[in-house]
Design a protein. Structure first.
Length: 272
């Protein structure tokens, strides 16, 4: 089992961010804003998924997962709360969160389904967040020029995503989830995640009147397909999830652990 730590992030969330807070780069700002817009509804879905999953476990297994799942829920609830506060600033800037409504519609379709489907979809989404988290911590240029408090927000979130990257996956296995459904759910989640991220990013750029600037799409190409681009660097870790012998613990989580160890004053433990 994984030992998780619940922390409180001590940054200023009251001061509004600049419109192009990611170093004046419209595309990077729109992309990170889009991700943030998905988190309140997405993190709540993850929380409810693992709660349903643990209720479906035999009593002995439930006790084995108890502390880890409690702290997973607490970490995700903290992420949800922090991004709700950040997203309120985006709403005041005139951005419209359309991704959240799509997550909520899919949640309604999940309601009658087996808890293993909920947990399998969460494990798939958690692999995506772990991939992005590892990339962010390895490539600080993604947030070059951003305010330190916002750099800290994203790095803290990334580090904790790496810390609990295996929790939903292990719960899925404990529930008897099989390889075929794991892969099927991962492909489905991947499709929705990529399409929704792109749609919300473009929507943010349109609202911001930055969609047709050449500099926006030069940045988009560099961020997505450049030498350190998200697509170029993360194709293999994405594909690795499809292998029968995959486990999230095989990914290197040391970058997240190092960040958390170096920033205990910024993100002090609330509970270990």
């Amino acid at each position: 089992m994984t030992t998780l730590t619940v922390r409180r992030l001590g940054i200023d969330l009251e001061t509004p961010p600049d419109r192009h807070w990611a170093g004046g780069d419209a595309f990077r700002t729109a992309l990170f804003n889009a991700l943030s817009m998905s988190f309140p509804a997405g993190e709540q879905l993850f929380i409810d998924s693992v709660r349903r999953g643990v209720e479906a476990l035999p009593e002995a297994e439930r006790a084995r997962f108890g502390d880890e799942l409690r702290d997973f829920v607490a970490q995700e609830a903290t992420h949800r709360h922090v991004h709700q506060r950040f997203n309120a600033h985006l709403e005041r800037q005139g951005l419209v969160n359309r991704w959240q409504a799509r997550i909520q519609r899919r949640r309604r379709r999940l309601e009658p389904l087996d808890p293993r489907i909920w947990v399998g979809a969460t494990a798939a989404a958690e692999h995506w967040t772990a991939i992005l988290a590892q990339h962010l911590l390895a490539h600080p240029g993604l947030l070059a020029g951003a305010e330190p408090r916002l750099v800290h927000l994203w790095q803290w979130h990334a580090a904790e995503e790496l810390e609990h990257r295996a929790t939903a996956f292990d719960l899925y296995l404990a529930l008897g989830g099989n390889q075929a459904w794991r892969v099927r759910l991962f492909r489905l989640v991947s499709w929705h995640f990529v399409i929704d991220l792109l749609r919300q990013t473009v929507n943010n750029l349109r609202r911001d009147s930055s969609a047709w600037r050449p500099s926006t799409w030069v940045s988009a190409w560099r961020v997505l397909f450049g030498a350190e681009g998200l697509v170029r660097c993360n194709w293999r870790p994405w594909k690795r999830y499809l292998a029968a012998d995959f486990h999230p613990a095989e990914a290197d989580g040391r970058s997240g652990a190092r960040w958390l160890a170096a920033h205990t004053e910024l993100a002090p433990p609330v509970r270990r």
